[in-house]
Design a binder for this molecule. Structure first.
Ligand code: SF4
Length: 222
């Protein structure tokens, strides 16, 4: 049963997240993809690498492999040659080949979290990104390394385990905002709430942020 305190907590965050949704909620992901096939490939390639780097090699990669079908005919050597500068390119090449050989056609790329996470190299975070960017119905919330840092700072979640943070966010944010929530917190982390020296004076979450309240309290004590 939901307690009065829990109801107040949900109500508080429902209102407090609005400025964040307003600023970042519908902004497109930084990966510069042109269709769902490219989105899936680029999401896999960008894990532990940078979106900027993957955007830079996308044009050449997709000129050679414009569809899932063409990718299914690639060899490991071909992909290693194309993807040699990508972090963990060996595993990523294997995953892309396995996905292309299984899916075969762009029109058959899965749409649900369950189906997407059955594909090699696609975990919950990647599946949530693919669903959000495809305009699908959210089944979870994107928790990338920025969200793992920022959500506990704000005070809307705790710990460092991405799956636990995702569960906490899903319990706090209403489902119709799930697609917006993860990327909005991630954009805040990319642009404002950096690992060191967060730009709190520019932050729309300053009024409610636990980390900022601690900073203010420490300043007053001095
Ligand atoms: S107020 Fe500061 S610490 Fe809190 S979310 Fe914003 S930038 Fe991060």
């Amino acid at each position: 049963m939901t307690t009065q305190t829990e109801l107040q907590f949900f109500g508080f965050w429902a209102e407090s997240l609005e400025p964040l949704f307003k600023q970042y909620g519908t902004r497109k992901h930084p990966l510069d993809y042109q269709n769902r096939y490219q989105l899936v490939v680029m999401v896999i390639l960008s894990a532990q690498d940078s979106d900027k780097h993957i955007n830079e090699l996308a044009e050449s990669f997709f000129a050679t492999y414009p569809t899932m079908e063409s990718l299914s005919r690639a060899t490991v050597e071909d992909l290693h040659q194309k993807l040699g500068s990508v972090r963990n390119f060996g595993n990523k090449s294997k995953w892309l080949m396995a996905i292309a050989q299984e899916v075969k056609n762009d029109a058959h790329i899965p749409t649900t979290l369950e189906e997407l996470t059955k594909l090699p190299g696609i975990g919950r975070k990647s599946a949530n990104v693919i669903i959000r960017e495809s305009g699908g119905k959210a089944e979870g919330i994107i928790v990338d390394l920025h969200v793992v840092r920022v959500a506990p700072r704000i005070g809307i979640a705790s710990g460092t385990n991405p799956e636990k943070i995702e569960k906490q966010l899903m319990q706090t944010v209403s489902q119709e905002r799930w697609n917006e929530a993860g990327m909005a917190i991630s954009f805040l982390g990319r642009e404002i709430c950096r690992p060191s020296n967060p730009k709190c004076n520019l932050c729309v979450m300053r009024e409610v942020c636990a980390y900022y309240k601690d900073i203010e309290a420490n300043i007053k004590q001095k």
